[in-house]
Each structure stands twice: as structure tokens, then as C-alpha cells.
Design a protein around this ligand. Structure first.
Ligand SMILES: Nc1ncnc2c1ncn2[C@@H]1O[C@H](COP(=O)(O)OP(=O)(O)OP(=O)(O)O)[C@@H](O)[C@H]1O
Ligand SMILES: [Mg+2]
Length: 214
């Protein structure tokens, strides 16, 4: 019933990591979920193919295909999570046009913050055409503990209109980086570091999905 697009033109922002973890978290809440991999690198579909838990996915990358199929898929699942490409392409534009929520992870560095405004520009274009849709939520990913960069990043991101910038951040955590190689998500790993990452992701996802109602 809701299409959540994880977008940011900047490579390494954490789109695939968030897409896979969000899909797995929603599945654990007993929701029906489909991940649509719209990135030519196919990282998230490869990741899901190797997970022990079965999560449905489809690879859709052509803009026309996305515009035709996403609304139909949105009716067949509780949640459709789209992993967006690392480019400001027609594919990204199509994903934004079909989404109910654009979720934008952003690293807290000057170059990432600057390029985030290009992604937000596409969101604003869609919002003007679609009477305020998609809703947009941004958050800082890969924040380093003990630095002030994340607070400064949040301040900069908040200058952009019509985007909810979360106070909740996702920190740089080795256990998150290790998940792909371990064919897992932090929701399936044991140990205290996985538990900490899990709680942080859960808090982030709850706040982010609240953005659908804002
Ligand atoms: N919070 C985090 N803590 C530690 N590592 C992270 C975190 N988020 C992402 N990473 C790591 O950063 C790298 C880039 O993440 P990811 O592939 O999810 O980004 P992306 O935005 O999908 O990149 P691309 O645009 O190339 O598809 C990966 O190695 C991933 O494991
Ligand atoms: Mg990716």
C-alpha cells in the first residue's frame, strides 16, 4: 500500500543498506514486502538472494517500466521498497514520481550535503506536480560518534524546504558494514553490537515511516 523510495544520487550514502534492512524489518513486523532494485549495480537484489530469510524482490530499472509497474506492485504488497540508483537519472525521476515517501540517507560531509540538494530538487519537482507528494524524509547516515559533524549536517539539511530532517541518525557501525559479506542483516545477527545497531535502525525506521503521515 505504500511505496518507499530510498534515493540519493551520491554513491555510498547507504541506500542499498537501508533498503535491505527496511525490507527485513518490515517483514519481521509480519508485513508483506517487496524490494524493487532500480540500481544497475543490483547490490540489494544480490544481497536478498543470499539471505536465509526469503524476501521478494524484482529488478526494474527502465523509467517506463518503473512508472507502469510500481503503482500495480504497490497495490499487491503492504510495502514496496525501492533501492534507487547512484545517479540523477530518468530512473531516479521515475522512482520519485511513483513513490509515496522518498527516504534520503546522507553522509555528513560537505560534498555529500551539497549534492543532496540536487536529489531534493527532483523531489520538489515531483511535489509541485503531485500536490505535495512524495513526502520526503532525510537523515544522516554513517555519523561518527563523538564528532559534531552530524549536528552541523542536520542544520544544513534543515535549510531545504518540504523535507523532514530527522534528529535520529544512523552511526557508522562496523557490524552494519559487515552484513553484506555475511549474507545477513543486523536483525539476524547475534551479539551486543548487532543489538545496538538493530535498536538504532528500528528507531530510525519508525520515525521515517511516520513521515508518511506528516
Ligand atoms: N551506518 C553504516 N555503518 C557502516 N557502514 C555503512 C553504513 N551505511 C552504509 N555502510 C557501508 O557503506 C558502503 C556504501 O553503502 P551502500 O552500498 O548501502 O550505499 P549506496 O548508497 O547504496 O551506494 P551506491 O550508490 O553505490 O549504490 C557499504 O560498504 C556499506 O556497508
Ligand atoms: Mg546501492
Amino acid at each position: 500500500m505504500s511505496i518507499v523510495a530510498i534515493i540519493n544520487q551520491k554513491g555510498g550514502a547507504g541506500k542499498s543498506t537501508i533498503a535491505v534492512h527496511l525490507a527485513r524489518w518490515l517483514q519481521k513486523q509480519k508485513a508483506s514486502v517487496l524490494l524493487v532494485d532500480a540500481d544497475a549495480q543490483c547490490s540489494s537484489s544480490k544481497w536478498l538472494a543470499r539471505l536465509e530469510q526469503e524476501i521478494s524482490y524484482q529488478i526494474l530499472q527502465a523509467p517506463d517500466e518503473l512508472l507502469d509497474e510500481l503503482p500495480k506492485l504497490g497495490e499487491s504488497y503492504d510495502w514496496v521498497i525501492v533501492d534507487g540508483p547512484a545517479a540523477l537519472s530518468e530512473t531516479t525521476r521515475a522512482v520519485i514520481l511513483a513513490a509515496d515517501l522518498a527516504l534520503i540517507p546522507c553522509q555528513p560531509t560537505g560534498v555529500d550535503l551539497e549534492s543532496a540538494s540536487d536529489t531534493v530538487r527532483l523531489v520538489h519537482q515531483a511535489q509541485r506536480i503531485r500536490q505535495g507528494h512524495p513526502k520526503a524524509v532525510m537523515f544522516v547516515n554513517r555519523a561518527v560518534k563523538g564528532t559534531k559533524l552530524k549536528d552541523e549536517a542536520i542544520e544544513v539539511l534543515r535549510l531545504m524546504p518540504n523535507v523532514l530532517v530527522l534528529d535520529t541518525v544512523l552511526h557508522q557501525r562496523q557490524i552494519i558494514a559487515d552484513c553484506y559479506g555475511q549474507n545477513a542483516t543486523v536483525f539476524d545477527l547475534s551479539g551486543s553490537t548487532a543489538g545496538i545497531a538493530r535498536r538504532e535502525l528500528e528507531q530510525l525506521f519508525k520515525k521515517a515511516l511516520d513521515g508518511l503521515n506528516g
